[in-house]
Design a protein around this ligand. Structure first.
Ligand code: C5P
Length: 231
């Protein structure tokens, strides 16, 4: 197996459920995302739990604050030993540069436009210029100020790849196995996202809510292999 391409969002209701899932998935080539719901409840214990199971952590707390505070938060994340953290690219050049300036730090993955936005909701929130244009603008800001990767939907992965080549890793949530009707609005299948140019995909509910999460994960890893993208 090659590099890990699949990130599982540990959006579980509690630590016990997360531990049970980690036990089942142990040994599979996965990274685990600890986000605001589990971290708010369990704090660093959630990160430690993944580490105890031998996994790497993407700490998805989407930092957005003044430069000094974000820099300190990234420094704290480094102390937790996480592999990567997310921060909002719209926090601006000085915020990004402050985080990137740390000598030892996790990878910095910049949030562009949340995958729950469609064009109408995006415009309704006061943004102008459309989703893709804003993503490319934010990605450029990230590339210029030390971000290692960007988070966007799979629908914009090709445009980002074309513009930035290999300079930025592309991480895409908004992954669905079948067309769904939930809060994610800009979606593709796992293999579709990687074919479009994503380096890593993030999957939560389709795995967490499955009767057999291990079977679903194995199926996706198989799908990625069949599509010629080694997991
Ligand atoms: O359950 P689902 O597959 O939609 O989970 C996607 C995960 O990715 C969630 O934890 C969500 O917070 C996160 N995420 C996202 N869109 C972003 C960044 C992170 O959906 N732009």
């Amino acid at each position: 197996m090659g590099k890990t391409k699949l990130i599982i969002a540990l959006d579980t209701p509690d630590l016990k459920t997360a531990a049970a899932l980690l036990k089942k998935l142990k040994g599979l080539p996965l990274i685990y995302k600890v986000g605001s719901s589990l971290f708010t409840l369990a704090g660093p214990r959630a990160v430690d739990l993944v580490h105890e199971c031998g996994g790497k952590v993407f700490l998805d707390l989407k930092f957005y604050d003044i430069p000094n505070t974000v820099r300190s938060a990234v420094e704290s994340a480094e102390r937790l030993g996480v592999y990567s953290v997310s921060l909002h690219l719209s926090g601006g050049a000085r915020m990004l540069a402050a985080a990137a300036s740390l000598k030892k730090r996790p990878l910095l993955w910049g949030i562009t436009v949340l995958t729950s936005f469609d064009e109408e909701a995006f415009a309704g929130s006061g943004f102008v210029g459309g989703i893709e244009k804003n993503i490319l603008r934010l990605a450029a800001l990230g590339a210029e100020n030390g971000a290692d990767g960007i988070v966007c939907s799979p629908l914009e992965a090709a445009a980002v790849r074309n513009r930035f080549g290999k300079a930025l890793k592309i991480i895409t949530p908004g992954i669905r196995l079948v067309c769904g009707d939930d809060d994610q609005k800009r979606t593709l299948t796992p293999a579709g996202a990687l074919s479009a140019g994503a380096d890593m995909i993030v999957l939560g509910r389709p795995v967490l809510n499955a009767p057999d999460p291990v079977a679903i994960v194995r199926e996706i890893l198989g799908e990625l292999d069949r599509a010629g993208v080694k997991s």
